[in-house]
Design a protein around this ligand. Structure first.
Ligand code: MAN
Length: 554
């Protein structure tokens, strides 16, 4: 093997491996003492590669700065095998003992590279060959002291995070209890209102029956006694009221569409103002031109829901009609009958008058003729009696109160089934908002609410509404964390609907640490909140507080 040659060189003997001292065996450089048994030389002064025990090598090849084992395990203390993929090498890196601080691994590629890697290797053992004359004095005492101080601060922070978390949980219990109590109260109220509706329905029915009976007895009501004129009038009234109702619906729908159009126009206006013409995106340019053409054409059109049109449509919908002007003064047939009297000689007039009165009474009794109507003093066109009207109004107001209460109840019941995180802790943070500036925007999010991006002109873009939680890996702290999801935001031009994901770390304070648009219209927030301190405590991850990661090689 080539290393035999190297062995004869002073470099190879420059203490890449520590040699046995007498009978005692010294731990090879860069090796974690936990693995020392695997490297203890056999009686024939050999060792085997860690993942290929069939390969036996003389102990002198250990740490000789030449990669002999295919898995790189013969070079725990040099960078000779650093070209190997970390998945092949069973050793995680060069092991720094860091006495007085915490032991750590650093990647093999950083051994003897002329740089003191104090971050991981405070004892300076990674630079043992003095490359470029570098010597790294042991700074573990000082660095360890600072680290212990920082750890103590983190511990305090963690403790206050846990305290805040416990308070949030206490509050969440109360908030949940309020919802449950409200459900109980509402259920009772709904029962009561259901009873009331039934009572009012029955009272209305009774009153209507009584009124019908009264009308039947007096010969009025129903179509039978009505003249053709009256029937036509009633028919016209009904038709007109139908048309007015339909017109009102059409009007509402038009209003709704108009609002939609206004919103869309606003989006396009913002789009035109904010798009970057330097990107030369043909699709974007075409859209901007089309928008400009649309604006030019629109300027010449008249808006149907403003000015004269609006007042015309409104009066068509709501104007009362003078129906009373068209009501027959009296029944036409009766009028004609009485008019006959005028042509009779005076001596016959009384007899005929009495006979006609008797005939008229019989006709009314048999429902063939409508009774004489008293002259109406009011101009009301209503055919419903005030009593029935009152009962109808009462019923409809009770029904609408009932339906409001029912929908409130169903909202609260759905609320109870929602996931508000461990111990429903996020319930207590409802509508708590945090914001932070990042680049040209100010980003914010409200718990259980909405995430927003504001530009310098005060325009704001909807990044998404709260849809729940997820667990995701946070690369920076190398931990799985709780993520709040905000989805279905404003659609991106030529892209998806905007969405924001808030990666949470434990701290007593609600704070946004950073925001990045990781892909077009997808925003990654990193924030702190006491709401996740419970997770951290449960999972023993005190290290992730405020982003403190466990140090690892690679
Ligand atoms: C706006 C912002 C950006 C986003 C673009 C997409 O300018 O919301 O974050 O990338 O729109 O067109």
């Amino acid at each position: 093997m080539k290393s035999i040659l190297l062995l004869s060189l002073p470099l190879a003997l420059a203490d890449g491996s520590q040699k046995p001292i007498g009978d005692a065996w010294a731990l090879p450089r860069g090796l974690n003492p936990a693995l020392s048994d695997k490297y203890r030389p056999s009686s024939s002064q050999t060792f085997t590669c860690l993942t290929q025990p069939q390969i036996t090598l003389p102990i002198s090849l250990l740490n000789d700065d030449f990669c002999d084992c295919p898995d790189g395990s013969d070079e725990p203390g040099t960078s000779a095998c650093s070209h190997l993929n970390s998945s092949i090498n069973p050793l995680p890196g060069f092991f720094c003992q860091n006495k007085g601080h915490v032991p750590a691994y650093i990647p093999f590629s950083r051994v003897n590279d002329g740089i003191c890697d104090y971050e991981a290797c405070c004892d300076g053992s990674d630079e043992w060959m003095g490359v470029g004359g570098i010597k790294c004095p042991d700074r573990c005492d000082e660095i360890g002291k600072e680290a212990r101080k920082a750890a103590e601060e983190r511990r305090k922070l963690f403790e206050s995070g846990i305290k805040s978390y416990n308070k949030l949980v206490e509050k969440a219990v109360l908030v949940k209890k309020e919802v449950e109590d409200k459900i109980i109260a509402l259920t009772g109220e709904i029962k009561r209102y259901e009873g009331l509706v039934e009572e009012k329905k029955a009272a209305l029915k009774k009153a209507e029956d009584e009124e019908k009976l009264k009308l039947a007895k007096s010969g009025a009501g129903g179509d039978e006694g009505k003249s053709r004129h009256q029937k036509l009038l009633d028919y016209s009234k009904g038709k007109l009221s139908d048309h007015q109702e339909k017109l009102a619906k059409l009007f509402d729908e038009t209003q709704r569409l108009k609002e939609g159009l206004e919103r869309t126009e606003k989006i396009l206006k913002t789009f035109k103002e904010e798009y970057n013409p330097n990107f030369n995106d043909e699709g974007v340019k075409r859209a901007v031109n089309a928008w400009e053409d649309y604006l030019a054409a629109k300027a010449t059109e008249e808006d149907l829901l403003t000015g004269e049109y609006l007042s015309e449509v409104t009066s068509l919908m709501y104007d009362a009609h003078p129906w009373e002007d068209y009501e027959p003064e009296d029944d036409d047939i009766a009028q004609d009958m009485y008019a006959i009297e005028a042509f009779l000689p005076p001596f016959l007039r009384t007899i005929v008058h009495d006979q006609l009165s008797a005939l008229r009474t019989s006709l009314v009794q048999y429902g063939l003729l409508a009774p004489r109507k008293p002259k109406q003093s009011t101009k009301s066109t209503s055919t419903v009696s005030p009593h029935i009207q009152k009962l109808t109004d009462e019923l409809s107001s009770t029904e609408s109160t009932l339906s409001l209460k029912q929908s409130e109840l169903s909202g609260l019941e759905t609320d109870l089934t929602k996931d508000y995180g461990p111990q429903s802790v996020f319930r207590s943070l409802k509508d708590v908002c945090t914001e932070a500036a990042s680049g040209e925007y100010t980003y914010s999010f409200c718990h259980l609410g909405r995430a927003t991006q504001k530009n310098r002109d005060g325009g704001s873009t909807h990044l998404g509404d709260w849809t729940g939680f997820d667990r995701r890996f946070d690369d920076e702290i190398e931990q799985e964390v709780t993520v709040i999801k905000f989805e279905r935001g404003l659609r991106c031009w030529n892209g998806p609907e905007r969405s924001a994901y808030v990666y949470l770390r434990c701290s007593a304070e609600e704070k946004i640490l950073s925001v990045a648009e990781t892909e077009k219209c997808v925003y990654k927030y990193v924030a702190t909140s006491p709401a996740v301190c419970g997770n951290v405590a449960a999972e023993g991850q005190e290290g992730i507080i405020m982003g403190e990661a466990n140090r690892q090689a690679n």
